[in-house]
Write a protein that binds this ligand. Structure first.
Ligand code: ADP
Ligand code: MG
Length: 339
């Protein structure tokens, strides 16, 4: 990946599409790549003509269908869920292998993880996602766009986490030689733990119902932007939107930073008032999977960064630190260390 060349290509594309983007065409367009510590499968760019700014999100072929689905319901999401407004779909391959993308209004916000008052923002998001989860209007729009196969909550859990862990293990094994800080016993333990979690979800009584919640599925604190002046929140990154998901997934990711802290009891009480007991039971397994994500999925990011010289050092330092912090935490909370 040559970031400078990519920025130049994006700039050229923006110059030829200035009208569609709402740019005046008379001022210089500036483009900057957005480094996203949460992942680098998609590519994001900020483009601006000095007056108006847009956010560009470009997807490789295997992720394009997710962005297409988002585009289909983007009007409803903007109206009901504080999602950024879609400006246009992009079918031009301005960067090799990134053949589809979306341009959005640029939100002048601070990511929730850096916000000065995250608690107030989380309360706002809780209210928004509660409406999202029960929205029949969005469920119908999503079903029309791509009729989903019916899933139980257990299968939705497998979809959300187990499939990812299993494909992570393929990358991790391929890059095994890079991971000198992970022992062979730990590698075997990953496989056993993924399997244990899969069976726990598929067999648990609280996971047997049909999963019909409309969920964002990636509601981490990087994907909520807070406009500190207005006190408003925005929810971005709707790539994993689904009409057959589990509301517990969204709550677990949104409330994750409070889990295992002294404030958790207060948040659990708030959540209890919003949702039923069964969801709270499923939440426990989602929290467990979320921590395992920081043990396993993060190592796939470590391996994937190897061929990207511009990101390698930064990504590998960060992902290794996350893994080394999460692994002993996970073992002390849930399982046995094989070493
Ligand atoms: N509409 C937007 N306005 C401003 N910044 C945005 C917008 N959408 C995304 N971003 C920024 O770009 C980053 C990456 O975008 P995101 O859609 O979350 O991509 P990814 O799928 O790679 O996580 C976000 O964390 C956020 O900082
Ligand atoms: Mg994101």
């Amino acid at each position: 990946m040559n970031l400078q060349k990519n920025e130049t290509n994006v700039k050229r594309w923006a110059e030829s599409n200035a009208d569609t983007l709402g740019f005046s065409g008379t001022t210089e367009i500036a483009v900057s790549y957005i480094y996203n510590p949460g992942g680098f499968v998609n590519q994001s760019y900020r483009i601006s003509d000095g007056l108006i700014a847009r956010h560009l999100k470009l997807a490789p072929a295997e992720k394009a269908h997710r962005l297409r689905l988002w585009a289909r319901v983007s009007g409803l999401l903007a109206e009901r869920c504080r999602a950024p407004r879609l400006i246009c779909e992009i079918e031009d391959e301005m960067i090799p292998d990134y053949r589809y993308g979306l341009a959005f209004e640029f939100i002048p916000g601070t990511p929730l993880r850096e916000a000065s008052d995250p608690e107030t923002a989380v309360l706002r998001v809780l209210e928004l996602v509660r409406q999202l989860h029960g929205s029949r209007e969005l469920a119908e729009a999503l079903n029309d766009a791509a009729p989903p196969a019916p899933l139980t909550y257990g299968e939705a859990f497998v979809d959300a986490y187990i499939d990812r862990f299993e494909s992570d293990m393929v990358s991790i094994r391929a890059g095994r030689h890079l991971l000198d800080f992970v022992s062979d016993e730990t590698m075997d333990w990953f496989d056993a733990e993924i399997d244990a979690l899969k069976h726990a979800a598929l067999e648990h009584p609280a996971f047997q119902q049909q999963a019909r919640d409309v969920v964002h599925n990636d509601l981490g604190w990087n994907n909520v932007l807070v406009d500190e002046r207005e006190g408003s929140v925005w929810i971005i990154d709707w790539d994993d939107l689904s009409a057959c998901g589990d509301a517990a997934m969204d709550y677990s990711i949104l409330l994750w930073p409070f889990n295992n802290t002294p404030e958790w009891a207060k948040w659990e009480e708030k959540l209890n008032a919003l949702v039923g007991d069964e969801l709270i039971e499923r939440l426990a397994l989602y929290f467990r999977a979320k921590l395992l994500d920081d043990v396993i999925d993060i190592l796939a990011d470590y391996v994937d960064a190897e061929p990207i010289p511009e990101l390698k050092e930064q990504v590998q330092a960060r992902t290794k630190a996350i893994h080394l912090d999460a692994y002993p935490k996970y073992v002390s909370l849930y399982g046995k260390d094989p070493n």
